[in-house]
Design a protein around this ligand. Structure first.
Ligand code: ASP
Length: 296
């Protein structure tokens, strides 16, 4: 069994997933536990409760899950007042229709399924938003996504959750809830997920691209490298300036890869029952293990 997840904020979430797996949890239970841990942690401002708001000061959340056994998925976008959007997305996995709900519809579905209406804008996030509004600084800055893939007992499942870009326009949706760019999984091949500027990730359908490269026999590390470097180079060739994007992936046997157009991209893996904080460098060509700040 292997789990891979984006950013150092996933460190304790991956430990939470390990705990539930020890008690016999499914792939979906494990990823939900991992992401819920981050969504509910008020110190993390890019995911779930206490996420950064849009330019109107409203927290709008995106999340998705895909089951690689049958490609069934569930997704929500622009969801307000619900602390754990991944749990709502998970409930939509396997629906015959209506797998992807946005805004008011996603909120109504959540309320009908027993979720609680809560204020998601915490004081630090509100203060930071007010500071920006006072300066009339509406530029988009600050974002991350927890994106995670698990390979266990012949199954591959991927999931994401994010508050998107800080100071985004109301209703803006990035790659994270989109099956294809933000996440993809096929239990016969592997799974992948992305983080970074969604507007660019969508241009390269990054997660699907990685899985399709693996389907053609490309090794998982090379598939991550090729997808990220390929999109970056293509954009430059077309006269565009790529912004940041990064990916993590697993093949069906639990081998992992991670790549980024940043100098260093932090991610977390669980393998052989051990949680490791890793850095991807050189476009996913080299890796370094470090001690996480969350290690006590
Ligand atoms: N991909 C997310 C979005 O565009 C943000 C991030 O992962 O940094 O909404």
């Amino acid at each position: 069994m292997t789990i891979i997840a984006t950013w150092e904020m996933s460190y304790d979430g991956v430990k939470a997933a390990r705990e539930v797996i020890r008690k016999g949890a499914s792939c979906e239970d494990a990823l939900e536990a991992l992401i819920n841990y981050i969504e509910l942690n008020e110190d993390f401002h890019n995911v779930g409760h206490s996420g950064w708001p849009n330019e109107d000061g409203v927290v709008e959340l995106d999340a998705a899950m895909i089951n690689g056994d049958n490609l069934e998925y569930g997704a929500v976008a622009g969801l307000r007042n619900i602390k754990t959007p991944i749990s709502v997305a998970r409930l939509l996995v396997g629906s015959e229709y209506n797998n992807f709900l946005v805004g008011e519809g996603a909120y109504r579905f959540a309320m009908e399924h027993g979720f609680k209406h809560e204020n998601l804008l915490t004081k630090p996030a509100r203060d930071r938003w007010l500071e920006r509004v006072m300066k009339e600084d509406y530029g988009v800055k600050g974002h991350d996504t927890v994106g995670t893939v698990i390979s266990m007992n012949g199954r591959v499942v991927a999931a994401t959750s994010t508050s998107g870009l800080f100071m985004k326009k109301m209703g803006r949706v990035g790659d994270s809830p989109l099956v294809g760019p933000g996440l993809y999984a096929d239990s016969d091949v592997g799974g992948a997920t992305a983080t970074g500027v969604g507007e660019d990730i969508i241009k390269g359908t990054l997660s699907f691209k990685i899985v399709e490269l693996m389907r053609l026999g490309v090794d998982v590390k090379e598939a991550c490298h090729k997808a990220v470097k390929g999109l970056h180079d293509t954009m430059i060739k077309k006269g565009e300036t790529p912004r940041e994007f990064s990916v993590v992936a697993l093949d069906k046997d639990g081998n992992w890869g991670a790549a980024s157009n940043r100098d260093e991209f932090p991610f977390v893996i669980l393998e052989d029952d051990e949680v490791k904080f890793m850095i991807s460098k050189d476009w996913g060509r080299s890796f370094e293990e470090r001690v996480s700040a969350f290690e006590k």
